[in-house]
Design a protein around this ligand. Sequence first.
Ligand SMILES: Cc1cc2nc3c(=O)[nH]c(=O)nc-3n(C[C@H](O)[C@H](O)[C@H](O)COP(=O)(O)OP(=O)(O)OC[C@H]3O[C@@H](n4cnc5c(N)ncnc54)[C@H](O)[C@@H]3O)c2cc1C
Length: 344
Amino acid sequence: MKGSIAVIVEHAGGEVKPSTYEALAAGQRIRAIVGGPVVLVVLGEHVAELAAALRDATSRSVIAVEVPDLVTYSGEVYKEALIHVFRDLSPAYVCMANTTQGMDLAPGLAVRLHAACITGVEDIERDSDGIYFSRSVLGGKVSVQARPLAEVTVLTVQSGAFRSNDTFNCSASGANRDTDGEGVVFLKMECVPRHTRSLGVREAEPKDAALADARVIVAAGRGVGSRENLELIRQLVEIFPSAALAASRPLCDLEWVEYRRQVGLTGAVVAPELYVACGISGALQHVVGMRGAGFVVAINSDPNAPMFADADVCVIEDLTTFIPILVEAWRNQRHGSAHFFDET
Ligand SMILES: Cc1cc2nc3c(=O)[nH]c(=O)nc-3n(C[C@H](O)[C@H](O)[C@H](O)COP(=O)(O)OP(=O)(O)OC[C@H]3O[C@@H](n4cnc5c(N)ncnc54)[C@H](O)[C@@H]3O)c2cc1C
């Protein structure tokens, strides 16, 4: 399938990570411009069911690469296995999410493929000379357009930049058992050279959704004023299904919130459906991390806070006044017949 568009599937615990569908949406955009089949490539120890579920959910061709002992992502094994797979597939474009995995995999893979490598892609367009890709640099102050000069291009896709119109529900347990039907190609790699061995996976103790998967993110900034007031933010998190607490950098520097919850230039890039910024001024270094959010509510006592420029709803109020009233209103609604938020 020379000229195909390969999309690398990110998965864990038998579930496809939502960022994969954004990489797939970018692959579809490339297809709309240059043509060529879009092929999903999933690697792992037991990925047959997941591959079948992906085929059912996306109606795209899937290559399932079974690699013994590949329980979690390993850069060296992925690169070795993909080089092997791409000898036959000859993709012109390789798309993956701009996650920790994608950022680890893309540059080394590009070197091995003698390919161009463009990371953090936010837009894909064409002009009279052909396709080109846009990405932000200098913390979002400047947008750069790049045209690949190599035969193969490896891309990482910025979170929130390409939204899929389809809602895929895909996990290994939901797969059609007839896993060798049309659309799934199985490859078995017996022996991939490696210098490390995974000893297993130990879950961190998140009590709420991880930032990447949360539909709602409630972010606390220095405006919370004290560690005790973070309890208000946690109460706000609890009123939403699939919600997570995040923070601006000063709160992480103060060790009030773990660094893995920091949003921004030196933290996570997130794209939830709803982002509630509580006591966050809206510095560019923070905003570049949440620009992909679908809807933004900002709560700030300063009517001139820059955060309001990026907000759909602006609440000009002391958060220690506003949040308890909001939480109380929700609790009252809950005990009545009506529901404040759709919990589906
Ligand atoms: C290289 C570099 C990288 C960086 N990376 C990041 C990053 O990844 N993420 C990040 O967040 N920052 C990052 N920063 C820091 C960034 O520049 C800002 O300093 C930071 O985002 C400010 O955090 P803040 O909005 O919480 O605090 P502040 O700027 O102090 O804002 C606090 C806000 O709270 C409001 N407020 C105060 N009291 C109340 C109240 N009672 N009720 C309601 N509102 C109230 C104030 O009006 C103000 O707008 C980086 C900086 C540099 C130089």
